[in-house]
Design a protein around this ligand. Structure first.
Ligand SMILES: Cc1cc2nc3c(=O)[nH]c(=O)nc-3n(C[C@H](O)[C@H](O)[C@H](O)COP(=O)(O)OP(=O)(O)OC[C@H]3O[C@@H](n4cnc5c(N)ncnc54)[C@H](O)[C@@H]3O)c2cc1C
Length: 479
């Protein structure tokens, strides 16, 4: 068997694994990365990038149609083929040459195949030719194997070959009728995208639409779906599924109702890619999410360090925040702490320390690219209350801001800030409206910086921008 030794071995070359490897190389260590599919992972080819490309053109068209003068210049409908072509280019035609060549310039060695932990700091890679390679890590192994779509055990569902987010993101055709099981972020973005592209969409939202967001977010998204002809069955549970020889999918709901569709998308959540990575070697059960300590070292059920402290887990796999930007934040912390430990330097893992991932706990930003967009950071009012905070919730109609009225005729939106009254700082912020995604970072800075509201008052938003929502919220708070 071929052997090689590196300072750090990373399993999984998604956005998180790539960033871990880059960071340790920049810190002066050597690194190898193992990938069984495409370098770039889910985000590049089947998740963040292609799905946002599917959504973007319709959002721009809607924006133009909301403005007299621009509206008259729009003479046709969405060009679906052009949208799909642009999506293909954002998925790099599902080829990873660009990212492979970046690995080369970054000084990271790539091994293609399935990586499995075989013994202490030793990973075996089995490629397509079946000949294994053994990689030894001097300092650390990082698991960054990500997650896959979860398909529930509904009778007939698997046999009906439903779409998961992968097939939807890479779809070559737009189905006439699309049924979606799920009401979370992926389901909501896909419902919006395919309705825009011309599908008749039905959403089966057992737990509601965007159930983890502030309640007004799901309500606003559902209102816009009503105009777009998307029908929503709140509380609906798929009891059985069957696909005809002609391809039609039949879904029977628990209440006996029967639905037909040309495609069925399952978007109910994710499962960890840990089934076959050799976790048993370090005393862990395959198939579960990995638990980690403050510097993302993998821990066992009793809290002890798995393998003795050389095994780390970053990104989706540790289930802290299943988002690319948050995984990359973890990657920077993990890369730096591995370098610090290798050099015998002090580890800075206190709250907000360089090697800690404090923002994962209460300051995770997220944008749901529905139309209207939902942008949020930190805690919802319900989560802050459950955390036992003494809080004040301030709401404001986004349409009442001069910048919004100028931005588009008929602008509709809403914003909420959640204030921890004991510290007089913002712990949560949610804004819903057209194109509000770019407003989010101001809120993230306020939450992470724990900026006292008396000081935030002096951050004056420019007139007439939608950002004046900050002034309005603070005025209401000060009354
Ligand atoms: C439809 C959809 C849309 C999304 N949109 C967004 C968005 O807009 N913004 C955002 O921030 N997040 C978004 N996400 C989430 C985002 O895709 C993930 O959080 C991100 O991809 C996680 O990165 P990762 O590197 O941890 O894992 P992944 O991207 O899953 O990469 C893991 C890599 O490891 C490889 N691998 C797994 N096991 C092995 C093994 N044993 N050996 C070798 N290689 C292995 C896999 O092939 C894969 O390439 C979206 C997710 C979905 C499903």
């Amino acid at each position: 068997m071929k052997n090689a030794t590196y300072d750090v071995v990373v399993i999984g070359a998604g956005p998180v694994g790539e960033n871990v490897a880059d960071r340790v190389v920049q810190g002066g260590l050597t690194a190898a990365i193992i990938e069984r599919e495409l370098v770039g992972g889910e985000c590049s080819y089947w998740a963040c990038m292609p799905t946002k490309a599917l959504l973007r053109s319709a959002t721009a068209l809607r924006a133009a149609r909301q403005l007299p003068g621009a509206r008259e210049a729009v003479t046709g409908d969405l060009d679906v083929a052009a949208v799909l072509r642009r999506r293909d280019s954002f998925a790099s035609q599902w080829k990873d040459d660009g990212q492979v060549s970046w690995l080369g310039t970054a000084g990271i060695a790539l091994y293609r195949g399935q990586g499995r932990i075989r013994s202490e700091r030793v990973i075996e890679v089995t490629g397509e030719d079946g000949a294994p390679v053994s990689l030894t890590a001097r300092h650390a192994v990082v698991v960054a194997t990500g997650s896959s779509a979860l398909v529930p055990d509904v009778p007939g569902l698997r046999q009906a070959a439903p779409w998961t987010s992968r097939e939807a993101a890479a779809a070559g055709k737009v189905p006439g009728r699309l049924a979606i099981i799920g009401g979370g972020v992926v389901a909501s973005e896909m419902a919006t995208a395919f309705a825009n592209l011309g599908s008749l969409v039905t959403v089966l939202a057992r737990d509601g639409v965007l159930p983890r967001a502030e309640p007004f977010a799901g309500e606003r998204v559902m209102n816009s779906w009503q105009e777009a002809g998307v029908s929503v069955r709140l509380g609906a549970v798929a009891a059985s599924v069957n696909r005809d020889v002609d391809g039609t999918v039949h879904v029977t709901l628990a209440d006996g109702e029967h639905l037909e569709a040309d495609e069925l998308l399952v978007a109910i959540g994710r499962m960890p890619n840990t089934q076959d990575i050799g976790l048993d070697t370090v005393g862990l059960k395959p198939g579960g999410w990995l638990t980690v300590d403050g510097t993302l070292r993998v821990t066992g059920e009793d809290g002890s360090l798995a393998g003795g402290g050389w095994l780390y887990a970053a990104g989706d796999i540790n289930h802290r925040a299943l988002l690319t930007h948050q995984g990359k934040y973890q990657a920077r912390a993990v890369g730096d702490v591995i370098v610090a430990r290798a050099r015998g330097e002090t580890v800075d893992d206190g709250r907000w320390g360089r090697h800690a991932v404090t923002a994962d706990e209460r300051a995770v930003p997220q944008v749901v690219f529905t139309d209207p967009e939902v942008a949020s950071v930190g805690l919802t009012a319900a989560a802050a209350e459950a955390a036992g905070l003494r809080l004040r919730v301030v709401d404001y109609d986004l349409a009442a801001v001069a910048g919004s009225a100028l931005y588009a005729d008929g602008y509709q939106g809403h914003a909420r800030m959640v204030v921890d009254e004991d510290r007089r700082v913002i712990v949560g912020f949610t804004i819903v409206g057209p194109d509000v995604a770019e407003l989010l970072h101001a809120a993230t800075i306020a939450v992470v910086g724990e900026i006292p509201l008396d000081r935030l008052w002096h951050a004056v938003p420019a007139f007439p921008t939608v950002s004046e929502i900050w002034l309005r919220l603070l005025e209401v708070y000060g009354r």
